[in-house]
Design a binder for this molecule. Structure first.
Ligand code: ATP
Ligand code: MG
Length: 455
């Protein structure tokens, strides 16, 4: 905030208007810590550039420059007025009217400005009242606002999830009507808002709204396909979709991490394709594997790694989701196992162990009779492994080169297999973790390949 005050004072001393606007005014009124402070001014970008020593012309075309004060970046944007909007792009021009600038903002709670000198909040559209009522309401005529910029459909739901607000009835009616227009919006922009929903403190509410607006079925048909898929009544009182929603509700309370929450949302997407019945019994054999295999296409199609809200590339995100889905049944299959089987599980879960146990917890809590005790026991058993709970960091005591020389192998698949088998054997306690034991075990297990010409 100190930097923002400095920028405001500098602009005002030079004779310009300057206000804090948008999200930070909203968050402060709510008593939340604002993430960043956006500044709006009637100074044109070239004037702003000339006034501050450290500036980056980030979006001069759109009227935005980034001013750096004490290492913190602040966006300073010249007041704007829409000339033309086509749903995806707006043509804007500069204006000297704060009022005009606020009127082009999306929702009343985002259309307030704060005068730093008096502390007075400029609120022409009833944003403060809507904050008290906890509603998201369009500035102006809702259908027209969604026509102007289709992404606002998703932004309304994102803010409802982020703030735990309802959407005001007229805005909601227009949203339902205009939701299909989202098809025309780039997947990257959609993904950014989707992560906003997933990170929201009311993520469950947000996903419900996405569902009611028909957006969930378009974005995540894999999840929509779980609706109406019935499950064995002994364990489940809900169909797969409602079970998943209940699990998401638990995820909302247990973790702020949007990736883990997404994994909870996707953990059973393999069920529709694997459902089988015999003698009244319902099975979903291999659904965790089938579900994991749906992930690469889903992540690529939705461009999920393309948002600055997520700091993983496509491969990292895909791997993470796949692992969480693929292993979500493993704890139930361990049946109180100790020793080798448990260590192998810990190794397989690797650095995702905590997230995996969270997914498992949320899944279990959404069963007819949640068995949490078994999970607590598992956690205790893992903790009791002591340093072995760092098993995922275990490396082979012999390098690839050493194994090659020992077994007479060339680089390739056989070498990788030998190395993996060795680490497995150490993890499961079959072989002590030292070089000599490893050499003896490898020779006994694989023998030495004698290649002509290789000593
Ligand atoms: P957050 O805390 O999540 O960043 P924010 O309110 O700052 O919330 P941004 O998406 O960063 O949200 O947008 C900053 C401000 O710009 C908004 O508060 C709103 O006033 C305005 N704005 C952003 N996108 C739009 C849009 N599509 N249509 C109209 N106004 C918008
Ligand atoms: Mg913002």
């Amino acid at each position: 905030m100190r930097g923002a005050l400095h920028i405001l004072a500098t602009l005002r001393a030079a004779g310009f208007q300057a206000y804090v606007v948008g999200g930070s005014v909203r968050d402060r009124e709510l008593g939340l810590e604002p993430q960043d402070h956006d500044i709006a001014t009637d100074a044109t970008p070239d004037r702003v550039l000339a006034l501050f020593p450290k500036v980056i012309p980030t979006g001069v075309k759109h009227g935005t420059v980034t001013v750096i004060v004490e290492g913190v970046p602040y966006e300073v944007t010249t007041f704007r007025r829409d000339v033309e909007c086509h749903g995806r792009h707006a043509t804007v021009e500069h204006t000297t009217s704060l009022q005009e600038d606020l009127s082009r903002r999306d929702f009343t709670v985002n259309a307030m400005a704060c005068d730093p000198e008096t502390g007075q909040v400029i609120d022409p559209f009833g944003g403060r009242e809507d904050l008290t009522r906890r509603v998201i309401r369009c500035v102006g005529d809702p259908p027209a606002r969604f026509e102007e910029d289709h992404l606002r459909v998703l932004r309304a739901i994102r803010f409802a999830a982020q703030l735990d607000f309802e959407i005001e009835p007229a805005t909601w009616a227009a949203l339902l009507e205009k939701a299909p227009l989202l098809e025309r919006i780039s997947q990257e922009r959609i993904a950014h808002e989707l992560w906003g929903v997933l990170a929201g403190r009311a993520v469950w509410h947000g996903v419900r709204l996405l569902d009611q607006a028909g957006i969930l079925a378009r974005l995540l048909p894999e999840l929509a396909a779980t609706r109406g898929v019935t499950q064995p009544p002994r364990y489940h009182h809900l169909d797969v979709f409602e079970h998943t929603m209940l699990a998401l509700q638990h995820a909302q309370d247990s973790t702020p991490d949007p990736v883990t929450r997404l994994a909870v949302l996707l953990h059973d997407i393999g069920k529709p394709a694997t459902r089988s019945t015999d003698h009244e019994a319902i099975h979903f054999h291999g659904h965790e594997e089938v579900g994991a295999r749906l992930v690469p296409d889903l992540v690529a199609r939705l461009r999920l790694a393309a948002s600055s809200r997520i700091h993983l590339d496509t491969k990292e995100l895909t791997d993470r989701l796949q692992k969480l889905i693929r292993l979500h049944l493993r704890p139930s299959q361990l049946h109180g196992a100790k020793g080798g089987a448990l260590r192998r599980f810990v190794r397989e879960a690797g650095l995702l162990l905590d997230e995996l146990l969270l997914v498992v917890l949320c899944d279990r809590l959404a069963h007819r009779e949640p068995d949490i005790e078994a999970l607590d026991r598992l956690k205790r058993d893992i903790a009791a492994l002591g340093p072995a709970s760092h098993i995922h960091q275990l490396r082979s005591p012999l390098s690839g080169h050493e194994i090659m020389r020992l077994l007479g192998l060339q680089p390739g698949k056989a070498l990788g297999e030998a190395k993996d088998a060795l680490v497995d054997a150490i993890v499961s306690g079959e072989v002590p973790d030292d070089r000599e034991a490893a050499e003896r075990w490898l020779l006994a297990r694989f023998g030495r390949v004698v290649t002509p010409g290789v000593p």
